[in-house]
Structures are given as C-alpha cells and as structure tokens.
Design a protein around this ligand. Sequence first.
Ligand code: SF4
Length: 353
Amino acid sequence: MKQQLIYKKIGIPKALSYYNNYPFYYGFFTSLGVEIVLSDKTTTAIINTGTKYVVSDTCLPIKVYAGHIINLLDKGCEAIFIPSLQSTGYKINNCSKIRGLPEIIRNVINRPFTMIEPTLDKTENINFYDFCAETAKALGITDKKEIKKAISFGWEIYDKFMEMTQSGINYKEALDNAINGKFIKKTVDIVKPLSVVIMGHGYNLFDERISLNLIKKLEKMNVKVYTSLNIPREKSLSALKQLGEVQYWANELELTGTAAYYLLKKKVDGIIALSAFGCGPDSLMVDEISYHCKEKGMPLIHLTIDEHTGEAGFVTRIEAFIDMLMRKKRSLIVKKADVVKIKREKILTGTVK
Ligand code: SF4
C-alpha cells in the first residue's frame, strides 16, 4: 500500500542549489507524488525583502535566498525544502553559509512553517541516499523502493538536462525541456568573432536579476559564452589537476575547474569571473585562476556583485573588456599576416630556400 504523504506540496526557493539541482529535485519530488511550489523569479523587491532579514555583510545569494523564502511563505507554503549541503565529497566542502543554511533561515525568519532540512555530508559518511531518505521521511515516505525509484527518476531528468547543456543548449531551454520530458541536442556549434568563459556559481550566473543578464548582454555583443554546464565534471576536474590545483570547495569545478579547462584548451579569448562581494571561497578561487591566467597570457576580468551593483557601471566594464579582447585578437591576426608576408618576400628574393 502506498504511504500517506504528510505534506502534499513542497516549496523550493529559486535560489542557491535550485540552479544546478532543480532537474534532480523535480524528478525526485514528482516521483514521490509531491507537488512543487517554486518561488517567483528574483526581482529587486525580493532582494530588498531578503536584505532586511540578514545582516548586511552577508553575501548577496544568501540575502536573495531569504527573500525567496518570504516569497514562498506569502504564497502559503507550509513546508519548504532547505537542505544543508555540508560536503559533496570527502573533505570537499561548501562555504559555512551553505552548510548552515537551515540554521541561518531558522534564526532570521520568525514565521511558522516546516523546514525540510536534510543533510548531505560525505566527509561524515552521510551520503546521497541518506540525504534523499531524510527528505522523503520528513514528507512521510520511508519505503526504500519508492525512495530509490524517486532517486533514479531524479537522475534521469538531471542527466538529460546535462546532456542538453553540454551540447550547447542554453540553461533555460534545457531546464524547460528536461522537466517537460523533451530531449534535443545541438549538432552545430556556431562560431562567433570572440568567445569567453564565465566562471561563477550557477545561482549567480543563471539568475538573470543577480547576474544583471550577463549572458544575454554578451550574446548581444556577438560573443560566444561558455559556462560550467557546457563541459562534463570529469573534464573540469582533470583540467584542475593539470594546473596542479586540488579540489577543496564544493563549487570548485564550477569555478576554477571550468576556467582551467578553457584556459588549457585555449578555446576562449578571455575569462570572466563573476562573484558575490564578500565571498571568501570565490576570492580564493579567482586569485588561483588569475595566477594561471597571468602565466599563460589569458585576459581575465573579475566582476563582483552585490545588491547595490548598478547596471550602467557593470555594462561599461564588460564593454571595455570585450573591446580589449577584440583589439588583442585583431593585433594577433595582423602579426600573423606580417609573418607570412615577410616569409613570402624572403622566398621571392631568394634569401630563404
Ligand atoms: S560560496 Fe560565497 S556566494 Fe556562495 S553562499 Fe557561500 S559566501 Fe555566499
């Protein structure tokens, strides 16, 4: 007999882990028969609300997260999924804010609701199955078969999503397709005059309000944009190792690993690092990759964002960077043409055999 659900609906904030994990969450919860209620897209109002709840020197993504929790509560959500993602591998840690997310929310939001707060901590042997089983148990499901089925449906959707993004389908389209049971892949890679890779957390980069639409802005400038979703994790891990670095942070592959891959492949003209003001892990990771960029002559710009970041200044910095990349590329083409010309002249005048 099917077990009775304690909660038929679960709220998921469109923030933090939503951006990378929602395809899995969607498959997992729907397989358990739980309806998902998502918060609205991030707006300035959501940011302002979240900012009121947490101390001012907290990073922007946490303020945004608090704003999304309020948004879900205003929609009448009784149970909200707030995972504590401590470590995603042995001694591969998240920052203290992501680790302590349920505690932060409990202490700053004083409104009645149930937190579904499972822990993932591979360093302490609390593995992915335990994480999912704890989630399901809080919803009233303890049947192992049902939990395993939900996990495998979650992975099925997640894998399709990743296959689509790795083929070049953009984040939003791949997400919509994956949760609607559609599967398409890009077969032709469009070449553009310039290409860049953005190293940044999914929750900063794919949230159009937080990133001030960075990807679309670059695409409008006719720039090809790569992100961590375009390459498999194994490739970014191997690139990181080739640079002599180790994976310490849970988001290391999204940031340094992705930048390392494109840097070593020489597949891009420049690297854009996007991070939240005051983020400790990001500042270390950006420093690390900046060092390798300097060594290899790869241009890098570091854009930091907070709730006060103005669009005009942000655009000016991007435009200046793209302009510089274009000039660099042109001068390289001219230099190459000069070398060919000199070689040809030498052959014609008989100075080179
Ligand atoms: S990794 Fe940085 S940006 Fe993300 S939650 Fe932690 S401190 Fe904030």
